[in-house]
Design a protein around this ligand. Structure first.
Ligand SMILES: Nc1ncnc2c1ncn2[C@@H]1O[C@H](COP(=O)(O)OP(=O)(O)OP(=O)(O)O)[C@@H](O)[C@H]1O
Length: 261
């Protein structure tokens, strides 16, 4: 079994134990074991088809692993896509995934959907209205923390891509997750926006949230991650600090000569 070794004294966060996923005859993940301790940022790298998205999909319960199991904060974890927020898990998507017909504020409030009780809200009872107001206030706080509260009333289509990326991140952070999955957050961003994003990502673990960063921008991974795991054809071929990974010839081979440091 392939292990990601971590300091056993660290708070547990997410633990993947021997995760295997097979699609028919194809093994997309092959007995991957990986610890993402609370308060740490772990990067997942690997060439196209290595199994990164499949790993995220297993963590989000999109499909169950063929073998292996997950733990979150020291307890067995069977993720369900419709209960992710309640489980303390939030995810950003490749691209934006924002609702075009909703304002920025409404998009971020949607990140609290698991906390709403739609039936009551539709009745517009005083308690439900107060609750809606509380959710909107939390969404505004999330937007403010990323410096984009001024766009709350705008529709995403009218905004620059970099702003929309921050809105998508605010939607993930508004539920104050225990585990944040970032799926190529730097995709489509220019150099300055990526630098700003790096600063934002570094602040996320301060309250104990674990972060998994899947990203093709190797520089960003190396800059913000505490540890990096590298997948190739579904196998965990390397793990360690960014410096260790940057110097690993097996990683350079997996990337077919692409420089990694
Ligand atoms: N639902 C599916 N059914 C069948 N095969 C799948 C499915 N999802 C992924 N695969 C296959 O599993 C392997 C891993 O794919 P995955 O999308 O996880 O890789 P990736 O590392 O995310 O790649 P990329 O960087 O291109 O997004 C690939 O060979 C892919 O074709």
């Amino acid at each position: 079994m392939q292990e990601l070794h971590t300091d056993q004294s660290e708070p547990p966060g997410l633990r993947l134990d021997g995760i295997t996923v097979r699609f028919g005859g194809l093994t997309a993940l092959d007995a991957v074991s990986l610890d993402i301790p609370a308060g740490r940022i772990v990067g997942i790298m690997g060439p196209n088809g290595a199994g990164k998205t499949t790993l995220f999909n297993v963590i989000c319960g999109v499909f169950p692993p063929t073998a292996g199991n997950l733990q979150l904060d020291g307890h067995g974890f069977t993720p369900k896509p419709h209960r992710l927020t309640r489980s303390g898990v939030a995810r950003t998507l490749q691209g934006l995934g924002l609702f075009p017909g909703l304002t920025v504020l409404q998009n971020v409030t949607a990140g609290l959907a698991a906390d709403t009780r739609r039936g009551l809200d539709l009745l517009a009872l005083p308690g439900a209205v107060a609750r809606e107001n509380r959710l909107a206030a939390r969404a505004m706080d999330a937007l403010e923390s990323l410096g984009v509260a001024g766009y709350a009333a705008a529709l995403p289509d009218t905004l620059p891509y970099g702003i929309c990326k921050k809105v998508a991140l605010a939607r993930a952070l508004v539920s104050e997750p225990r585990l944040l999955l970032l799926d190529e957050p730097a995709g489509g961003l220019g150099h300055d926006d990526i630098e700003e994003l790096a600063g934002i990502i570094r602040t996320v673990p301060s309250d104990g949230c674990s972060v998994i960063l899947v990203e093709h921008h190797v520089d960003l991974v190396m800059e913000v991650c505490d540890r990096v795991a590298v997948l190739d054809f579904g196998r965990l071929i390397a793990e360690g600090t960014p410096a260790h990974i940057g110097a690993d010839p097996a990683v350079a081979d997996a990337y077919l000569g692409v420089e990694v440091a």
